[in-house]
Design a protein around this ligand. Structure first.
Ligand SMILES: NC(=O)C1=CN([C@@H]2O[C@H](COP(=O)(O)OP(=O)(O)OC[C@H]3O[C@@H](n4cnc5c(N)ncnc54)[C@H](O)[C@@H]3O)[C@@H](O)[C@H]2O)C=CC1
Ligand SMILES: O=C(O)C(=O)Cc1ccc(O)cc1
Length: 366
């Protein structure tokens, strides 16, 4: 029998989940969104099977509901759901980047037909909206589940089954742990990236040539400052306490760093940088907490037509799929460094050897 899944909020994340689910004959996907344009696009592009403009009617048909609107709107939808007469037990999940305020709202449910299990796929992009939706967005990503008090392991398994097409790695955490860890490795870096951009912007007022000198390092570290400001405001608002604590810690760290620079002790500075390098280099090699492993290789390619295609073809010939690909702009116009992210240590090694045998200059970053 088909299961009916309602996805409320068909933007980048809801649209991507719907797109992956809609291809299965097991699923009937009903999409709900406040934007009619989004609903029309989702239907026309087979991202959903049926559009809904009435949340209550859609929810009453659902076996599963996934709330994928901005966090504050998701909480409003949860409050609404609590008032709806549901004819059967319905598993409700969400995708919000912050979990404590969601679980707090879930633990207030008085509607016995709702089982709530929070969700957060740890993958996204700087884009927004249904047009940016991709079925494979969550492949190999960590997908955090944060059960509310009325959930059970059997219900968690049912939800995992509905989400298995994502090819994510599921992990169950409590909401506070989740917000603390994502606060450190996802949310806080966005604040710092934006602040670095502000610093450069202010310096440009007196040094007009400055943007031309913004090389690979600045671009790498500030890439995430180009993300959707409304979404990130919502994240900083809901994870505000953790952000405030991390900012205090950061200010102390920056004072320490200023002292290190001022005292001009070469050994101490090397040791500070070395400790950071060792930790950073180790991040990708083992699976640690919610940080996914990544296996990158760097390939030096000439800035010429077809260079990228040749590299990817060599790997494709051996059925090696590339998780991510990026052209680094360190040496713009002269040669290009290509960063390829592979799925495992073995494919990383195999790709390294293959490309080396074809004469490419390769580096593996550990
Ligand atoms: N963008 C990212 O990289 C990631 C975002 N998330 C979480 O996913 C959620 C959605 O983010 P995105 O998909 O990026 O945003 P988006 O801006 O691409 O999409 C949001 C969608 O929700 C709709 N919407 C707004 N209010 C609504 C309401 N009351 N009822 C129904 N639909 C409504 C909008 O019309 C839009 O289609 C957020 O809670 C965010 O924290 C989670 C992981 C990654
Ligand atoms: O890693 C990041 O910060 C991203 O750029 C993608 C992202 C954004 C929001 C999330 O809640 C999870 C992942």
């Amino acid at each position: 029998m088909k299961r009916t899944i309602v996805i409320a909020g068909l933007g980048l994340i809801g649209g991507s989940l719907a797109k992956g689910m809609a291809v299965s004959d097991e699923n009937h996907i009903i999409g709900y969104d406040v934007s009619n344009e989004t609903l029309d696009y989702a239907l026309a592009n087979k991202i959903i099977h049926e559009p809904a403009t009435d949340f209550t009617k859609a929810a009453q048909q659902a076996d599963f509901i996934i709330l994928a609107a901005p966090i504050s709107e998701t909480i409003r939808l949860m409050e609404k759901l609590n008032t709806i007469t549901l004819g059967k037990n319905t598993i409700v999940s969400d995708v919000s980047s912050v979990k404590s305020s969601i679980i707090e709202a879930a633990n207030k449910f008085t509607n016995d037909n709702i089982t709530f299990i929070g969700g957060h796929p740890m993958s996204g992009s700087h884009k927004k909206g249904v047009q940016a939706a991709k079925a494979h967005l969550f492949e190999n990503a960590i997908y955090v589940l944060t059960p509310a008090i009325n959930s059970t392991p059997a219900k968690i398994d049912l939800l995992k089954d509905v989400l298995q097409h994502t090819k994510s790695k599921f992990i169950v955490l409590n909401s506070d742990e989740h917000d603390e860890m994502t606060g450190v490795v996802s949310h806080f870096p966005h604040l710092i990236a934006s602040s670095l951009v502000h610093q450069a912007r202010k310096w440009e007022e007196t040094h007009a040539y400055l943007p031309n000198l913004a090389a690979g390092g600045f671009r790498d570290i500030t890439r995430i400052a180009s993300s959707n400001p409304k979404l990130w405001q919502d994240i900083f608002f809901h994870n505000g306490n953790k952000m405030s604590k991390l900012l205090e810690e950061w200010i102390t760290e920056m004072r320490y760093l200023k002292n290190l620079v001022d005292k001009k002790d070469k050994e101490d500075m090397i040791s500070y940088l070395d400790m950071a390098k060792c930790y950073r280099d180790g991040l990708g090699t083992e699976e640690k907490g919610v940080i996914p492993s990544f296996y990158d290789i760097y390939v030096d390619i000439r800035d010429q037509t077809g260079a990228l295609a040749s590299v990817t073809q060599i790997l494709a010939n051996e059925n090696i799929s590339i998780n991510n690909i990026q052209i680094l702009e360190i040496r713009e116009g002269i040669t290009g460094a290509l960063r390829l992210s592979l799925a495992s240590k073995d494919t990383q090694k195999e790709s390294y050897n293959l490309l080396k045998n074809h004469g490419y200059e390769i580096m593996i970053q550990r």
